[in-house]
Design a binder for this molecule. Structure first.
Ligand code: DGT
Ligand code: CA
Ligand code: CA
Length: 577
């Protein structure tokens, strides 16, 4: 639980007690605790673990007990009981961030609002703003929180969010005077799903840019516009915030709003120990009050004695420690990828011919492409049987003689049957350059059975790669139950590569899995699993996941040049490294 959340609970308690007419001393005691927690440079959880809650001003034994209960269980009985004394409508409104007991009471008693919908309607009708001492600003603020709550409920997969943002960036790119337009937040960090989209830019005339932004064809609804920021809801029902500032403070703005929140908190605590106060405006000396501005993130991090940290690593894990030691790895880039080793053609369930796929791959600057159509397993339409695989090998050889600038590897995506057997015989698999094995059916197996099944496939010496290891579909299918650690160990032992599948709804392995696999020294492949020439462009999503998993080019097999890879494929797997 974060300090702000804990502080909010104690502020709410103060308000409840006040509404109930309790002694002002008691009310003020809770207010004081709320404020000290909010401004504490250290997380209360950490203080609690160190037995130092008493160090927080205003915290005595009784409050320390309440904090401990709250932080360890996520609940506070005393608070729940207080809440229960108030009508249910009040409690519904209380769940909206930015609405405390006082406002909730007023909305409930003066306007008889009991639900989110009623609240939103009342705001739109101007009823909330016309309440005594409420006003437009407060009402607008509440509306923003209500809408933020809604959009938090549905996170957009990055595969949908990224093109949307690129569209907006292209449209806005025509605005004269707007520079440095870039995304921040979870999108820039390349998280697999995006809550809302944060854009940053610099300009002299901010108003003009913000007005152009809210008038974009993508805009469905304008939430706010003015000062340095505008917020819209797009046609795709996702919120986009644009912030525009002057050049000289762009670095700290971008850094702050790229987050993650945890990264920023850790950074801020570190700054605090250095006598510095970090914010979106810059870095302020806590002794002199002097504010330094930063035009770039590089300068911002350097001022803190840190190496630049790529956004994909900013999750508040080990990145700050590594940056202190100047040991941030050179992450893999899309341009490091020399070929795609998992694609389908119209021989199985793909749309395009082998040749069309080859030419599209060449256009992307690749040196090689592996054709890996499906085997004729259960539940796979148009899978290839033994005979068709042999025919395809012949065709690939012919094409290789004719095509310049791209080499085709012959391969297959062989189905791992429910019992762990493969769909095609070993003597055929031996003839192929690359064999990818994957689960495509019986996904509901219990963990032990699924793990045994996958291990069995990995143990087969002809299997070079395990495809989409967890089979999850983002927003569609939960991952299969499998002991991934056992799979990783087996992959490491047998020198089987694991795939990062770049299909935007798969992204499988995911970032944290990639991190672990890389730690264990497992070879990774970034493939698209393309079923058409267009899909080959999904490679960037897999590269993003690999970067979040701290991968350098050397961790990824399909960054090596054709000659080296060919040599790998012709030697037996045990000696390939
Ligand atoms: P999302 O939108 O849920 O996918 O995730 P983010 O990371 O884009 O989060 P968002 O849009 O709420 O805020 C953007 C960044 O702004 C966030 O990553 C870090 C910064 N930020 C927002 N709220 C706070 C805060 O309360 N404290 C700190 N230190 N940073 C914050
Ligand atoms: Ca965001
Ligand atoms: Ca945001």
């Amino acid at each position: 639980m974060k300090n702000t959340e804990v502080a909010t609970i104690f502020q709410d308690i103060a308000d409840f007690l006040d509404i109930k007419g309790e002694s002002p001393f008691k009310v003020r005691a809770y207010q004081r605790v709320a404020r000290s927690i909010e401004h504490s440079p250290q997380e209360v959880e950490q203080l609690m673990n160190e037995g130092k809650l008493g160090d927080i001003p205003g915290v005595g034994e009784a409050i320390a007990k309440k904090i401990t209960e709250l932080v360890t269980t996520g609940h506070l009985e005393y608070y729940d009981k207080l809440r229960a004394e108030f009508p249910p409508g009040v409690n519904t409104l209380l769940d909206i961030p930015g609405i405390g007991p006082r406002t909730a009471m007023r909305l409930s008693t003066e306007l008889e609002i009991k639900s989110l919908e009623e609240l939103e309607a009342a705001i739109r009708e101007g009823k909330v703003a016309s309440l005594y001492r409420m006003g437009d600003k407060t009402a607008e603020n509440i509306l923003r929180h209500v809408q933020a709550m809604r959009s938090k409920e549905q996170r957009l997969p990055i595969g949908e969010a990224l093109p949307l943002v690129e569209d907006i960036i292209t449209s806005l790119g025509h605005c004269p005077g707007l520079e440095n337009l870039t995304s921040a937040g979870s999108l820039r960090r390349f998280r697999e799903t995006i809550g809302d989209i944060d854009l940053m830019g610099t300009a002299e005339d901010k108003d003009k840019i913000l007005e152009a932004f809210v008038r974009l064809p993508q805009t469905k609804e304008v939430l706010s516009c003015g000062g340095t920021k505008a917020s819209i809801i797009t046609q795709a029902d996702i919120q986009v915030d644009l912030r525009v500032v002057e050049h000289d403070c762009f670095g700290s703005l971008l850094q702050y709003f790229t987050g993650s929140k945890q990264h920023n908190i850790t950074l801020r605590e570190r700054g605090h120990r250095q006598g510095l106060k970090l914010s979106e405006y810059g870095i302020q000396s806590r002794t002199t009050g002097l504010l330094e501005k930063f035009a770039t993130e590089e300068e911002f991090y350097r001022r803190l004695g840190l190496e630049f940290i790529p956004p994909e690593l900013r999750e508040g894990q080990i990145e700050i420690e590594k940056a202190e030691q100047w040991a941030i790895p050179e992450l893999i880039k899309l341009s490091d990828i020399k070929g795609d080793l998992h694609v389908h053609t119209n021989w199985s369930d793909g749309h395009d011919s082998i040749e069309a796929m080859a030419l599209a791959a060449r256009d992307l600057g690749y040196q090689y492409l592996a054709i890996t159509d499906h085997s004729a397993g259960r539940g796979i339409a148009h899978g290839l049987n033994e005979e068709r695989v042999r025919e395809q090998i012949v065709q690939i050889n012919t094409l290789n003689q004719r095509l310049n600038g791209i080499h085709l590897f012959s391969g297959v995506e062989v189905d791992i049957r429910a019992d762990g057997n493969l769909d095609l015989p070993d003597d055929l698999l031996r003839e192929l350059d690359i064999v990818i094995a994957g689960v495509h059916s019986a996904m509901g197996q219990e963990e032990e059975k699924m793990t045994r099944r996958i291990l069995r496939a990995i143990e087969n010496p002809h299997v070079d790669v395990l495809a989409h290891p967890t089979c999850r579909l983002l927003g569609g299918r939960e991952p299969v139950s499998v002991d991934l650690e056992a799979v990783f160990k087996a992959a490491a032992r047998t020198n089987t590569a694991l795939e990062i599948n770049s299909m935007p709804d798969r992204l499988d392995l995911k970032d944290t899995h990639v991190f672990r696999a890389r730690e264990l020294g497992i070879k990774l492949l970034i493939n698209t699993d393309a079923h058409s020439t267009k899909h080959l462009e999904y490679m960037r999503f897999g590269v993003g996941v690999a970067r979040r998993g701290w991968c350098e080019a050397r961790h990824v097999l399909n960054t090596i040049p054709l000659a080296e890879l060919s040599a790998l494929f012709t030697s037996p797997r045990s000696s390939s490294a």
